[in-house]
Structure formats: structure tokens, C-alpha cells
Design a protein around this ligand. Structure first.
Ligand code: SF4
Ligand code: SF4
Length: 250
């Protein structure tokens, strides 16, 4: 017993301090941040042909399509965007990549959602990576309960539908049933490039539609997969407890 106490005291607090403190380097691997152009006028045209998913246009990087493959890194782009990359609208995913210090317009917290959020996770066709990143939030390091966030086993007990994966035709009906089962007020969070744009599966036969063509989406969390910290930022954007809102950055 004494050795356990000794270990606890010597190691200090091992749980994440996010969002009270900024995300640490350990919490944000290089591809945990969005790629942004060092000089939009010259780097975007130069890097465009390198992108396998057509995320780079003449004027911006569509973070909703980007799969963080790093092919554009070294051609004038770097993973130096803000880890707080989740947005309340699809169009802001284009805008945040247009400069080195992206600040999305944002939107006010959703009316009716309290400080506490209950999540129901739906996988509509993921490769499992986004799934694992969402579930990583349930481990003690992130200590979601300190923020009033809980996972539930039934959509009837939830107020937030967290959706991962590419929406396949077979999952459209179960997805809509889960959405309908959530009591109002409710919210939907799209996690990863797959539900936002189809990601690497865009244009394939099995993709029914982007998620926002099936149910209303309230927060978009880009990445492939996004890190747990980026997902947490997206969840907190629902009720205005995210770092950007707290610091008046949006
Ligand atoms: S990191 Fe993103 S923007 Fe860059 S090439 Fe890969 S998919 Fe395209
Ligand atoms: S966004 Fe990427 S990591 Fe997430 S499910 Fe799709 S392919 Fe997998």
C-alpha cells in the first residue's frame, strides 16, 4: 500500500488537463493537426497534384476530405494547424486551412444542451480506427466524467449521436432509427473524413451519401482518424465549453 501511495505522489497527475490547459505534444502526434499551407498563393498549386483525395484546391485545403497522408508535406504544407479543428459547419472546414492561424467562425452552443453530454456511438462503416479513437476517450487518461461526458448503451438515454465511418447503404436505416430514438434536444457529431466526405471511399459504390445528407450534423471533426483530443474539442463545441470559446477565440 505504501508503495502505491509513493508511486502516486512521485508521478503526480497523469490524466489529461485538456481543455483547461492546451493539448500537449504527446496528445497531438504530427498528423493530429490539420495540414496548412505555408504560403497559400504558391504552396497550394504546387501540392495539389500530390493529394490522393482531391482535398487541395487553388485556395484552400478541404479538411473534411484530407486523410492526413502527408504527401503534401514538404511541398509547402505542414501539419501545423490548430488541434481545435472541429467546426460547426461544413464550409468552415475549407476556411480553416486558408492560413497558418485558422480561426473558424463557429456558432453559439446548441440550445437546450446542458453542460453534461451523453454519447451514443454509431459505426456506419468505419475501418475501426475512428472507432478506437472515440473509445480511447473512455480511458482514465481523458477522465471524461470530470467534464460531465458519458457514454451510453442506448440512443434513448443519449443526447449526442457520435458517428464514425463511411455511411454505407446498409447502415442508412439503422442510423436514422438511432437518430430518431434520441430524445430532443439532440446533436450529431461526424468524426473523421469518412462521414464528412466519404474520405478514401468517396465516389465508391457502397457510399450512400455524406452523413449530412442523411441526418443533420452539428459538429464536424476532421482527420483520418482524428485524435481523442480533437474529438473532445468537437464534443465540447456543442455546449460552448471548448478552448476556443473559453478563450474568446471564436
Ligand atoms: S495530407 Fe491531406 S491535403 Fe495533404 S496530400 Fe494528404 S490528404 Fe491531401
Ligand atoms: S476517417 Fe479514416 S480512420 Fe476514420 S473510419 Fe474513415 S478511413 Fe478509417
Amino acid at each position: 500500500m505504501a508503495s502505491w501511495i509513493e508511486q502516486s505522489v512521485s508521478r503526480g497527475i497523469l490524466t489529461s488537463r485538456y481543455p483547461k490547459a492546451a493539448a500537449t505534444d504527446d496528445e497531438t502526434p504530427p498528423t493530429g493537426r490539420p495540414p496548412v499551407p505555408e504560403s497559400p498563393a504558391t504552396s497550394l498549386p504546387a501540392a495539389r497534384d500530390r493529394c490522393p483525395v482531391g482535398a487541395i484546391t487553388e485556395t484552400a485545403v478541404d479538411q473534411g476530405k484530407c486523410i492526413r497522408c502527408a504527401r503534401c508535406v514538404g511541398a509547402g504544407l505542414s501539419f501545423s494547424g490548430s488541434v481545435e479543428a472541429a467546426t460547426r459547419s461544413r464550409s468552415d472546414l475549407l476556411r480553416i486551412s486558408a492560413g497558418p492561424t485558422p480561426v473558424p467562425d463557429g456558432a453559439p452552443p446548441l440550445a437546450g444542451l446542458g453542460r453534461s453530454l451523453h454519447l451514443f456511438l454509431v459505426d456506419v462503416g468505419s475501418c475501426n480506427a475512428c472507432n478506437l479513437e472515440v473509445l480511447a476517450l473512455a480511458n482514465p487518461y481523458y477522465d471524461l466524467q470530470r467534464l460531465g461526458i458519458f457514454f451510453t448503451n442506448s440512443p434513448r438515454h443519449a443526447d449526442v449521436l457520435v458517428v464514425v465511418g463511411v455511411p454505407t447503404a446498409e447502415m442508412v436505416e439503422p442510423l436514422r432509427r438511432a437518430y430518431d430514438a434520441l430524445p430532443a434536444p439532440k446533436a450529431v457529431v461526424a468524426v473523421g473524413a469518412c462521414p464528412i466526405s466519404g474520405g478514401v471511399f468517396a465516389g465508391t459504390e457502397g457510399l450512400a451519401s455524406a452523413l449530412d445528407g442523411l441526418v443533420p450534423v452539428d459538429v464536424y471533426v476532421p482527420g483520418c482518424p482524428p485524435t481523442p483530443t480533437a474529438i473532445l474539442d468537437g464534443l465540447l463545441k456543442l455546449n460552448g465549453r471548448d478552448r476556443e470559446t473559453r478563450e474568446g477565440r471564436r
